[in-house]
Design a protein around this ligand. Structure first.
Ligand code: F6R
Length: 364
């Protein structure tokens, strides 16, 4: 049932190109996006003036990525909040607020409670879930299914990618409804989004650089994951994957924050894993890497194919295909999943069943 892979995590990582294709299948016709399950009219969607993405854990990280797109493309203010915080404060909710609840299992207690609360307060709630007919699906006004199929490894990989792709579609839809993109732009973006399936396949076809970097970091006590912009959001998921399956302490920081505290951690050989893909903030990130290297950090950079300059600032470079910054989470997350898994295996951990964790968290 592991399909020839050594563990479910590896099998599920390799299913990701299929997840991208299935999540996008049938979504674009004549240059118009359709997410009919959302059950909101064009007019209702057009009125949305605030978005909250509510989730826990890895699903929350998918929300951090979505914020960049919802604000960047649709120009709608978007906050991302962990469900256990959202439900116990008094967020500003009006009838034109959209709450997007993201949950792989569709039964996370805090996320469900947040949905109920938001609906009582009059928000429209969209669920993004992997489980058909789950409580999140039933209790939301509309639902997008992530098409990951059942995920067995406790650490989420393919369902995270399905969430990111679904949220990207939602951001694109909101941007189209708000008139921010012309039909041709939507077509182009959709095609590039679909192309990430092949790019992920390419990443999966050669993991030598990832394994080498993992080997170099396996005995560390702690690691920092850094990035800027989209890269900062991606870094969060990289750090979570590593800590949950390898028990190696990891933290994510926006790279520009390093000098405000965490740089004090860095000494000879301290691993700093950087999402260093080409983006509008690439040069800023590189100067942060120089600061880290000057203090002895061992830098592992996830970088864009063809970027030879990065070699001067990193001890290990993991190249991934060039994509638009908006889609970089889809590609850059994959080497970080493989990196975490490789370290966990080196450390003798059970990657499918990490200690203390459960696949679904139905208690508060
Ligand atoms: C980490 C992981 C968890 C879940 C979190 C929320 O790999 O899987 O952090 O993301 O428990 O679960 P769902 O998405 O089912 O609400």
């Amino acid at each position: 049932e592991k399909g020839g892979y050594p563990d479910f995590m590896m099998k599920e990582i390799h299913e990701q190109p299929r997840v991208i294709r299935d999540t996008l299948s049938g979504r674009l016709a004549d240059g118009r996006l359709s997410i009919d399950e959302l059950d909101l009219t064009h007019e209702e969607l057009n009125l949305i003036d605030r978005v909250y993405v509510i989730a826990c854990g890895t699903s929350y990280h998918a929300g951090l990525i979505a914020k960049n797109l919802i604000e960047g493309w649709a120009r709608i203010p978007c906050e991302v909040e962990v469900a256990s915080e959202f439900r116990y404060r008094n967020p500003i909710i009006t009838p034109t607020t959209l709450v997007v609840a993201v949950s792989q299992s569709g039964e996370t207690a805090d996320t469900l409670a947040a949905i109920r609360d938001a609906r009582v307060k009059g928000a429209k709630v969209f669920g993004i879930t992997n489980v058909v007919g789950s409580p999140v699906a039933r209790e939301s006004d509309g639902v997008i299914y992530t098409k990951a199929n059942k995920e067995i490894a406790v650490a989420s990989t393919k369902s995270f990618l399905g969430q990111v792709v679904s949220l990207t579609l939602l951001a694109l839809l909101l941007a189209q409804v708000k008139g921010k993109f012309k039909t041709n732009q939507v077509r182009l973006l959709f095609r590039e989004l679909a192309d990430t399936a092949e790019q992920v396949e390419h990443i999966l076809s050669d993991t030598a650089a990832i394994d080498e970097a993992a080997c170099a970091c396996k005995d560390a006590k702690s690691a920092l994951f850094v990035g800027r912009g989209m890269g900062a959001a991606i870094a969060n998921e990289g750090a979570l994957k590593l800590k949950e399956i390898s028990y190696l302490h990891a933290e994510a920081y926006p790279a520009g924050e390093m000098k405000h505290g965490p740089i004090a951690l860095i000494d000879e050989g301290f691993p700093v894993i950087a999402v260093a893909t080409k983006s509008p903030v690439y040069d800023k990130l590189v100067s942060n890497l120089q600061e880290a290297k000057a203090r002895g950090a061992m830098v592992v950079a996830v970088a864009t194919e063809g970027d030879e300059d990065i070699r001067a600032h990193a001890d290990h470079v993991i190249y991934i295909p060039k994509v638009r910054d908006a889609f970089s989470a889809i590609t850059a997350s994959v080497p970080l999943q493989l990196f975490a898994r490789a370290i966990a295996i080196e450390r003798g951990c059970d990657v499918d069943q990490p200690r203390n964790l459960a696949k679904s968290v139905t208690v508060e």
